[in-house]
Design a binder for this molecule. Structure first.
Ligand SMILES: [Ca+2]
Ligand SMILES: [Ca+2]
Length: 528
């Protein structure tokens, strides 16, 4: 961990925000460029004319076919109360959730129900495939290439640029909200040392926090002796999986949810922004026995994968895979057990979501609370001989993102437009009628897509995996450019698992060229 590291003096003013103005103009240009990409390579003759997403919100709202929610009159009036926000972050949640269909055995009825209550973005991507970089980007609304926060060791509190910016919960606080939180929101984890339970917290953002404003996470329930199934070579044994003989309430996440449920049961004299961080399915995959029992080992299906999938990758791509981990796991006959551990942890996390949403529904805030549900990045379980995160492929970058807005009448729709977790901040600013923060947000408000989820709009969104390494994702293509200029290109229309790297094909040149235009022009140095 890099807590206490010195900051970079080159970040001592708001120079980068000047670039943000440039960036905003580029975002406008991007839509035009995307037309070219889409029209040339994907065929978009029936697509709606493209423009800045925000401009769509000024168009007349379409007639909705499905009306499952009654819109409370108080929310529809000019003097509407500010909506509450239930902000749910699930750690290391990949696209195995039922609504995205990533694994046939995943059991996530509560997350799926949430998707039915709101809008599910089926092509949502993180800005960075690592907890800290993804969360810092989301919470400040800035790209990793703008802030220099690329990895888990980069403490946002040491970056001068961000000392002048306002993070999302703090912005809600400064706009009159009662900000409450529990569990991991800013980067933190349960490994190695107690201080990591605090992580890169911001005590000034909150009115109340559990366990405390300076400690984001409760300590982990663990077996008496660990690792149980894995090896001390992997995070000193924290990358491990095992059932626990304990009731739910002894799990750290259950303590977080119990506290959050109390907040949802109360009336408050201000609108609330309640952040709840669920740590599972982050490792260690320890969960009560009943969750493992839901996935009998002899029935576990391995994720869809291709043997020798890495053969057509450049060295920089191969280096992103965790082949040594994969080798150990397969040689020690742990692949199915690890998948069982993830599925069990995911099922446990899903129960936590169910408890939260039920508490909201039973309490006084139900009719006036937006829910934002997101995972910070994807996760590999053996695909491409890789485990966990930090790479730039679909499995690592694709995340669930759901907005539930009781004021909207189009519950249960999905939106296929590529979006980024970077879009959450500006979306919430607009949905809640907040002022703009001092930093120029680099995402786009998704409010027009929430109103018209069937909109056909191809965007290109960026995931950055360390300085100079980027994945660009359009509806159809993933183009990866590593710092050494080596490349990968995948056509999801014909290759949903990204098995065939097309970057070396002569006819891919124009696709790569068109997508490369969206690479960041400048990249901040990481904090020292
Ligand atoms: Ca994570
Ligand atoms: Ca391959």
């Amino acid at each position: 961990m890099a807590i206490g590291r010195q900051s970079d003096p080159r970040d001592s003013d708001y120079e980068r925000c000047k670039r943000c103005g440039w960036w905003r103009r580029l975002m406008g240009m991007k839509q035009i460029l995307v037309v070219m990409v889409a029209a040339t390579f994907a065929g978009c003759g029936d697509k709606e004319p493209l423009g800045n997403i925000k401009s769509l919100s000024s168009r007349p709202a379409p007639k909705q076919n499905i009306t499952t929610k009654v819109i409370p009159k108080t929310l529809d009036s000019k003097h509407a109360r500010k909506p509450n926000v239930l902000f749910i972050a699930v750690d290391d949640l990949n696209d195995w959730v039922g609504a995205l269909g990533g694994h046939p055995q995943a059991r996530t009825p509560n997350m799926d129900l949430l998707a039915k209550r709101g809008i599910l973005f089926t092509q949502a991507y993180c800005s960075a495939p690592a907890c800290n970089a993804s969360r810092s980007s989301l919470l400040f609304g800035l790209q990793p290439s703008t802030t220099g926060i690329y990895s888990n060791g980069h403490d946002w509190r040491q970056v001068p640029l961000l000392k002048q910016a306002v993070n999302l919960p703090k912005h809600f606080k400064e706009n009159g909200y009662l900000t409450l939180g529990a569990g991991k929101l800013f980067h933190a984890h349960t490994f190695f040392h107690e201080r990591n339970l605090s992580g890169y917290s911001d005590p000034t953002a909150w009115v109340g926090y559990f366990p405390s404003k300076t400690q984001q996470m409760p300590a982990e329930a663990t077996p008496k002796k660990w690792p149980v199934n894995s090896s001390r070579h992997f995070y000193r044994g924290h990358f491990d999986w095992s059932p626990l003989d304990i009731p739910n309430k002894e799990m750290a996440d259950a303590k977080v949810v119990a506290w959050a449920k109390k907040q949802l049961a109360k009336k408050h004299d201000k609108p609330i922004f309640l952040s709840v961080g669920i740590y599972r399915p982050h490792v260690p995959w320890y969960a009560p026995q009943k969750y493992f029992d839901r996935f009998p080992l002899d029935q576990i299906k391995l994720p869809v994968h291709l043997v020798n999938d890495l053969e057509d990758l450049p060295p920089a791509g191969k280096a992103k895979a965790k082949r040594q981990w994969h080798q150990w796991i397969t040689q020690n006959d742990q692949w199915k057990k690890a998948v069982q551990g993830y599925l069990a942890s995911l099922s446990f996390a899903d129960d936590m979501i169910g408890e939260l949403v039920n508490a909201l529904d039973k309490g006084p805030l139900a009719d006036n609370t937006l829910i934002v549900f997101w995972g910070d990045h994807g996760y590999h379980l053996g695909e491409k001989e890789s485990w966990e995160k930090f790479s730039l492929w679909e499995d690592t970058t694709h995340v669930p993102l759901i907005f539930v807005d009781p004021r909207q009448a189009n519950a249960g729709k999905t939106c296929k437009v590529p979006v980024s977790l970077l879009d959450i901040y500006p979306t919430l600013v607009e949905l809640c009628g907040l002022k703009l923060p001092p930093q120029k947000l680099e995402g786009d408000s998704l409010t027009s897509l929430l109103k018209k989820p069937a909109t056909q709009l191809d965007r290109v969104v960026i995931t950055t995996g360390g300085k100079g390494n980027h994945a660009l994702r359009s509806q159809r293509y993933r183009y990866i450019r590593y710092a050494d200029k080596s490349e990968e290109l995948y056509d999801h229309e014909n290759d949903p698992h990204e098995w065939k790297n097309l970057a070396g094909e002569p006819n891919s040149l124009s696709i790569k060229k068109s997508m490369a235009r969206f690479l960041p022009r400048a990249e901040a140095e990481p904090p020292k």
